[in-house]
Design a protein around this ligand. Structure first.
Ligand code: C2E
Ligand code: CA
Ligand code: CA
Ligand code: CA
Length: 274
């Protein structure tokens, strides 16, 4: 956005397209029946050594009858803007907990929180209440928070994270390495995991800088007693380097794309006798 001499705001064509797309999404959401149009897919998180599935990250999907499928990167910010994020978080968390209650006890649930979820004690208490009502063991829940969400209001986000830790849940710093002051956050917040962003995993077998960054992030996380999860693992070559470096868990298309709730439950069903 460039401010013109007369005070007129000049947008580039890309920015104008982005704005109109945002308006379309915003408009479609007003009349959306989120209970029916919103659903979750589940991406396996696996132990790096043998790829055993140890958890699932839930990823929101919105299939709008009016404008078709919309990516969460697009509709979450809109929902935060128009306030429907409160309904979304409740709906998605309740469903995720109900699905996760059908998994073996050693499989955890990793759930993404938005800035809004952390922005007030009230919002956070609602999340705590949903967990308690579900009867699901909070120790089997991991909440994923991004640096952007934390930076929105650091003190309040820090209180919320503390509250979720007192409940017994784990906290992962998502997209680690893409923000401005990640080290600072690791130091100040009661985190339990860090998720190494896919941008550092991409072609790690060929990119020396990525290799060095991931290596030092792993040393740091080990030092601080944090689990490290590498996300966006797309090839065997990337996986092998990560295994050599000693990363704890891995996630990405090479291991599995996100799957449906039914598929997560079927994955643990005993094989049927013929
Ligand atoms: P994220 O939390 O960093 O999630 C990882 C994204 O990478 C997901 O995109 C996932 O589908 C994608 N992904 C997984 N494996 C691979 C891979 O091997 N290669 C590549 N290139 N991508 C991979 P998705 O589902 O479109 O979600 C985008 C973002 O939207 C998420 O990023 C998260 O920040 C946000 N989001 C998704 N679901 C929710 C939700 O329920 N609540 C909130 N607050 N945010 C959500
Ligand atoms: Ca995430
Ligand atoms: Ca991430
Ligand atoms: Ca991301």
């Amino acid at each position: 956005k460039r401010r013109h001499r007369a005070g007129t705001v000049i947008f580039s064509a890309d920015q104008a397209n982005e704005l109109s797309r945002q308006a379309v999404v915003e408009d479609a959401m007003i009349t959306a029946d989120l209970e029916n149009e919103l659903y979750l897919v589940y991406q396996p998180i696996s132990r790096a050594t043998d790829l055993k599935c140890i958890g699932y990250e839930t990823l929101a999907r919105w299939n709008s009858p009016r404008i078709g499928p919309v990516s969460p990167a697009e509709f979450i910010p809109v929902a935060e803007h128009n306030g429907r994020i409160t309904l979304m978080t409740r709906l998605l968390l309740e469903r995720a907990l109900s699905v996760a209650s059908k998994w073996p006890k050693d499989v955890y649930l990793s759930f993404n929180l938005s800035a809004h979820d952390l922005s007030s004690p009230d919002n956070c208490l609602k999340i705590v209440a949903i967990v308690l009502k579900s009867g699901f063991d909070p120790a089997r829940i991991n909440f994923e928070v991004t640096e952007t969400a934390i930076l929105h209001d650091f003190d309040q986000a820090s209180n919320s994270i503390q509250m979720l830790r007192e409940l017994g849940a784990g906290i992962a710093l998502d997209d680690f390495g893409t923000g401005f002051s990640s080290l600072n956050h690791v130091h100040k917040l009661p985190l339990t995991k860090i998720k190494i962003d896919g941008s550092f995993v991409r072609d790690i077998h060929q990119r020396k800088t990525s290799f060095k960054i991931v290596k030092s992030v792993l040393a740091l996380s080990a030092d601080m007693g944090l689990d490290a999860i590498a996300e966006g693992v797309e090839t065997l070559e990337e996986l092998q380097v990560l295994q050599t470096l000693g990363v704890g868990s891995v996630q990405g298309y090479y291991i599995s794309k996100p799957v449906s709730a039914d598929e997560t439950i079927a994955a643990f069903a005993p094989p049927r006798a013929n």
